[in-house]
Design a protein around this ligand. Structure first.
Ligand code: PMP
Length: 412
């Protein structure tokens, strides 16, 4: 059976060129980038070269790029490191700081915020998106208080693909900071750009961000490596003790092959733009949305159709369970995902879909399809054909079960 992968937001396959560049750094160029001898220096050179490419991509300087194990770590460093820096100043001890984030961030941001809240280190406002999955700049503005020190808003939502007004929020933060007096708290602005890097402008000056996170495995790079952009002068402290790597911001031996692959993967993003690969992905996504909407009754696209990542289509299918759909599709070799999370044996509906106003049962009947550079029209056709059959079958079963229940309860 030929398998069809429609889950590029979960991860992407490492590009062959990326893998080729990485391979020597597992074996012949295996040095530790912190070693002084030539083996180490070769590794350091490779790390610095990748750092340069990544800095260029983001319009940053190399010393502002901190390699991490991925966006989860970068986001943890952001929330916890900014607070650590805040509390390192004795005069701040009396004022509990305030963080603004959104209700539909990835769990690594949400749970970091919940942790610091529980520990009594910060108060947090969780801004709700509108029904289209968009955060309003005015809602962010309204939430800002005199003790707000950090705003963290994701660039592209990982479940519904909606694109947030990062540039506008950045401008707002910049304007507010310009009016602040020397002794007032400056606002820091962070964006989790993990799902944006492939398709959107991530120039840090244009976005006016102080911090930006991402993972290499979402851009056809390797897993287990990512970065945090930290604008020069940002008040943040490391949260992990150990060696002096990464300008003393992130201790631990460099993942040299991973970093090399990350550098190559970043370089390839520009090629995909010029070779119209992204346009092809967008056209396929629109084809998928149109086909599903036409051929499957009661299928609703979640999130704005316009302000949306070129590779994301997230649907709710009435009267079916997303998990059932997902497993049935998987048996046919088609891979996609649901936003439902399994906690203690029960499925909890996606916090993202609930945040845009879906009812729990609608959120449960949802599927995310995310496309990538290898996706073809034939794959979309095959996937929709199977999906249609499976939705019909599952609806019949759930209809029968409901019917039986109805009959029984009337007889009783
Ligand atoms: N943020 C977003 C928006 C993501 O999509 C992901 C990955 N699904 C992460 C953070 C976490 O990335 P990683 O698991 O690579 O650390």
């Amino acid at each position: 059976m030929k398998r069809i992968y429609l889950d590029y937001a979960a991860t992407t396959p490492a590009d062959k060129e990326v893998l080729k560049e990485m391979l020597p750094y597992f074996s012949e160029n295996f040095g530790n980038a912190m070693s002084i001898h030539s083996f180490g220096q070769d590794a350091l050179q490779a790390v610095d070269s990748a750092r340069g490419k990544i800095a260029t991509f983001f319009g940053a300087v190399p010393s502002e790029i901190i390699f991490t194990s991925g966006a989860t770590e970068s986001n943890n460093i952001t929330i916890k490191g900014v607070l650590k820096s805040y509390y390192s100043k004795a005069e701040n001890a009396k004022i509990k700081p305030h963080i603004i984030t959104t209700a539909f961030e990835h769990h690594c941001v949400l749970d970091s915020c919940k942790t610091v809240e529980k520990e009594g280190l910060a108060e947090v406002s969780y801004i709700k998106p509108d029904k289209d999955g968009l955060i309003k700049v005015s809602d962010i503005a309204k939430a800002i208080k005199s003790n707000t020190i950090l705003i963290s808003v994701m660039y592209v939502n990982n479940e519904i693909g909606t694109v947030q007004p990062i540039e506008k929020i950045g401008k707002l933060v910049k304007k507010l900071n310009a009016t602040k007096k020397e002794n007032e708290f400056k606002l820091l602005f962070h964006t989790d750009a993990t799902q944006a890097v492939n398709y959107f402008d991530c120039n840090v000056a244009k976005l006016s961000v102080d911090l930006l996170s991402m993972s290499a495995h979402k851009i056809y790079g390797p897993k287990g490596v990512g970065m945090l952009y930290v604008k020069k002068g940002t008040t943040i402290k490391k949260i992990q003790d150990g060696g002096d790597q990464e300008y003393k911001m992130r201790a631990g031996t460099h993942n040299v092959p991973g970093i090399v692959g990350f550098g190559k993967a970043i370089e390839q993003i520009a090629n995909r733009k010029t070779q119209n690969v992204n346009r092809k992905v967008l056209e396929l996504r629109d084809y998928l949305i149109a086909k599903v909407s036409k051929e499957i009754p009661k299928a609703v696209l979640n999130g704005s159709k316009i302000l949306r990542s070129p590779n994301n289509a997230n649907f709710s299918f009435a009267d079916v369970e997303g998990e059932g759909l997902l497993l049935s599709l998987d048996m046919e070799g088609i891979a996609c995902s649901t936003g439902s999370a399994c906690s203690s044996g029960a499925l909890s509906p996606s916090h993202v879909l609930l945040s845009i106003g879906l009812k729990a049962e609608q959120a449960h009947g949802s599927l995310r399809f995310t496309l990538g550079k290898y996706t073809t029209k034939q794959e979309i056709d095959a996937a929709v054909k199977k999906l249609k059959t499976i939705v019909e079958r599952l609806r019949k079963i759930s209809g029968n079960i409901l019917g039986e229940y109805y009959n029984k309860s009337h007889k009783a």
